[in-house]
Write a protein that binds this ligand. Structure first.
Ligand code: ZN
Length: 138
C-alpha cells in the first residue's frame, strides 16, 4: 500500500503545481522513474483512479525509465548493474552499495492547459449586440 501512496503523492504534486501555475487542466505528466523504483507499477495501476476529479484527470502518463547504476570504488567509476538482486560491479565483482541511479522518482515536466485558451462557444447573448448591418439615422 505504501508504493500506492507514493504514486498518489506524485500525482498530488503535479496537481498542486498546475494549480499554482493557474492551469485548468494537466494534459501530460512526464516522470523519471528508476527501474528499481517500486512505484512504477503502482503508478500505472492507480493513475486513473488517483487522478479522478483532479486537474490531472485524463492526462497522459509519460514514464522515462532510468537504469540501475552504482559506484564501484575499485574501478572508480559508475557501473550499470546487470542484476537487480546482486549489487556487485559487473566488471570486477566489488560490492557496490552506493546506488547512483535507478531509484529516483522525479516529476520532469507537465503539459498544462490554461483557461485562457478555452475554445468554449460564446454565450448566445453576445450575438444580439452585433447589429451593425443597418443604420437608421433620422
Ligand atoms: Zn568494478
Amino acid at each position: 500500500m505504501h508504493e500506492l501512496s507514493i504514486a498518489k503523492s506524485l500525482i498530488e504534486l503535479a496537481c498542486e503545481h498546475a494549480k499554482n501555475e493557474g492551469a485548468c487542466k494537466v494534459t501530460r505528466i512526464s516522470v523519471r522513474l528508476g527501474t528499481e523504483s517500486v512505484v512504477m507499477r503502482s503508478l500505472y495501476f492507480c493513475f486513473d483512479s488517483a487522478t479522478k476529479d483532479t486537474l490531472c484527470e485524463g492526462a497522459d502518463l509519460d514514464i522515462e525509465e532510468i537504469p540501475l547504476s552504482a559506484y564501484c570504488p575499485t574501478c572508480d567509476e559508475a557501473k550499470l548493474l546487470l542484476s537487480r538482486t546482486s549489487f556487485r560491479c559487473p566488471d570486477c565483482g566489488t560490492p557496490t552499495p552506493k546506488i547512483l541511479t535507478g531509484r529516483e522518482m522525479q516529476l520532469v515536466s507537465l503539459n498544462l492547459e490554461y483557461a485562457d485558451n478555452d475554445t468554449l462557444p460564446l454565450p448566445p447573448t453576445i450575438n444580439s449586440t452585433i447589429n451593425s448591418g443597418e443604420h437608421h439615422e433620422h
